[in-house]
Write a new protein. Sequence first.
Length: 213
Amino acid sequence: MVSEQTKGDDLHAEVWHEESVHIVNATPERRAEFATTRQCARRALQRLGFPPVAIPVLPSRAPAWPAGVVGSLTHGADLRAAAVATTATCRAVGIDVEPNDGLPNGTLEFIASPIEISRLRALGTLWPKVAWDRLLFSAKEAIFKAWFPMTGHWLNYHECTLTIESDTATFTGRLHLDSSIRSDFGIDVITGQWGISEGRLLTAVVVPTRADQ
Ligand SMILES: CC(C)(COP(=O)(O)OP(=O)(O)OC[C@H]1O[C@@H](n2cnc3c(N)ncnc32)[C@H](O)[C@@H]1OP(=O)(O)O)[C@@H](O)C(=O)NCCC(=O)NCCS
């Protein structure tokens, strides 16, 4: 996987013609974030050996990547980032960035189960400087960004139980899915890595290509 990032917006970043339809009514802030994130994506594609191309928005709101590429975009906490990989090595990637700040009151109960919440409390006792509730949110967003383009299926927050490891900076999402979806995609578990830097939480998920493909 290759990733590229930019702190803040590059006001010279361009929106390509095929992309512009998606932001005709956008605020200048949204336009700058959209353009800067796609500039990161084009840099990452070039490093992967692909020419820079337009990255339009699909009806699902997922980015449309060129044939042979999977990828993910994120913009938040004053960071813009893109990650891409070839389909020869990866089925999907997902990335997310969030501020290292606690979630608004009432949000955690909406996105986490009682068992997940009790694990976060234990982590908070050991490492109080990490906003573990926000990290759980970010990891679930990264999992969704990998999951949806790969399967075309929505995934609710409660269809994934997350375990975060503090010592290895990894996380594991166990998916609770219908057996038909499970057999279609052959995925029960999605694993990822997390990090904390300059007041931001970063999460990344890579789903490797199936051994039988
Ligand atoms: C789509 C979603 C994950 C985006 O996350 P976010 O933290 O709000 O925003 P980010 O800035 O990190 O990412 C935005 C980018 O996500 C990407 N994205 C949007 N919809 C997507 C989808 N269906 N699949 C993959 N990527 C998607 C886009 O590239 C978007 O950037 P762009 O609009 O500039 O092209 C979020 O809005 C959402 O709908 N979440 C609910 C589903 C979910 O997370 N379930 C949890 C399962 S455990």
